[in-house]
Structure formats: structure tokens, C-alpha cells
Design a protein around this ligand. Sequence first.
Ligand SMILES: N[C@@H](CCC(=O)N[C@@H](CS)C(=O)NCC(=O)O)C(=O)O
Length: 271
Amino acid sequence: MFVHRLSSRAAGAVRLWNGEPARRSTPAPTPELILFEYEASPWCRRVRETLGVLGLAALIKPCPRETLRAEGAFGATSRHRPEAAAAAAEAGASSRLSFPLLVDRTAGVTLSDSAAICEHLWSLYGGGVERPTLDQALNPRRRTLLDFPLLAAPSALRPWPEAGLMLAPSEPNQQPLLLYGCEADAGSRLVREALCSLQLEYRSQPRPLSAPLPALEDPNSGFAAFGARQALEHLDRTHRTGEALGWLAPLPSPNLGEARMHPVLARLLGR
Ligand SMILES: N[C@@H](CCC(=O)N[C@@H](CS)C(=O)NCC(=O)O)C(=O)O
């Protein structure tokens, strides 16, 4: 646990603890937001930081990977990717399935690019919020070459497949769990990683770093507790049914998503 706590702490530190709710002159709005994402994705982090800064709650539908060999692939065990693919198709997305994908039911839009999602959230729900200078620097409105390495650094510090990258078998939850957490908080990250790999749908409610974090409530079993250790034990005991898939997991068969090989892998294999 020590290594995990330390590396999770470092993951928050490399982003300079960005993602805490900013000061607002009015209470945070409560739009109906559904975010399809996975913890280890750099671009998903950008959106989660923005939701945190704006103090916006969202229903998270984790879409961990089943393979690293192809982008947008998924098999029958993927719980939320089929719904994400359907939402993207309904919105007329022409490109491959990618994450983050935001469905904003209040505004009636579905967006699939992290920069566009952040722009959307700021323009609709950022009234009365003074954007922290740090967030402006780390998540600039124009794209820069530094975006990817800066956003990927936290996941590089947590390179384990079960750290919100690869799918782990689990019992599905009937009702969403509720996580009071902060993007930058070490314990919150550990709990998000487990929720993600286990594909457990949850409502994310941003809190400042000074709050007692993380707090997890599971209406399916009546569990409610502060602290990462208790939350992780609960998730393992109640929902996990097996170990996460490994780095080298093959393409799911049948593959219900895309079969395009990762461009770097394709180049290495000369295809
Ligand atoms: N430019 C897009 C990039 C999105 C993207 O490439 N996401 C990756 C995860 S980092 C993805 O969805 N890969 C497909 C997969 O996970 O199957 C954005 O900013 O949202």
C-alpha cells in the first residue's frame, strides 16, 4: 500500500494538485453530465480536472481497456463501451470511438474531444468562477505539444494495468456508487482507479483537498466510509471477481469496436 500511496501522491503532485474546486461567486450548477472515461487516459484527466475546478458533479461510466493492441476496441465484457459507441454514433461522430466522451443531457449535446469538452464546460457552467492561473497554464485553450506529456505524467507514475487502465472482472452494480473526492488527492485516485478497472458506475462529487477524502458510499450494500483503504477493501470484497487483464492482453474476440492497430505498434510491426 505504501508504494501505491506514494506514487498516487506523486501523480497529484506532477499536475501541481490541479483540479480542486475554484472559488465561485454563485453555487455550482447541477447539469446532468455523463462522462465515459478511464483513469489512465491523459485526455480524460484533463476533463476530470476541469469538472473538479468547476465543482461539477458527473455520472462516471468507466471504460477501461481490454487490449492495448488497438484503439477503440472492446468485447462482450465491456460494460459501458457499447453505450459510449452508441452515444457517439447518435451524435454523428465520424471518427473512431475515443475517450473522454461527455453526454451533457442538460445542454443536449455529446462531445468527444477533451479540449472541446473543457471549452463547453467552461462556457456553460463557468459563470462566476475565476479560472485558476494554474489550470489555464496546464489546460490551455489552444493546443500545445506539451499537453500530452504533462497530462500523461500521472499515469506514467501509476503504470500498473489495474490502475484504471485495464479491465478487471466484477459484479455489476445496480445503482451508481457515490465518490466524494478530489482529482489531486492520492486516496481519491486509488479509489477511482479501482472503480474504473472494475467498471463500476459512480457519481463523482468534487471536494477540496482540505475535506476528509475520499468518501465512498455504495447504496447497493449500504457501505459508507472515509479513507482509501476501507473503500478499496470494500470494492475488492463486494465487487471484484478476478484480476485485471495484463499489458499484453489480445484483441477481444469478437471485437465489437474498431480493429485498427495502435499506430505506434503498427509501425513497429511494419504494417
Ligand atoms: N484528441 C482526443 C484524444 C482522445 C484519445 O485518443 N483518447 C484515447 C485514450 S488516451 C482513446 O480513447 N483511445 C481508445 C481506447 O482507449 O480504446 C482528446 O483530446 O480527447
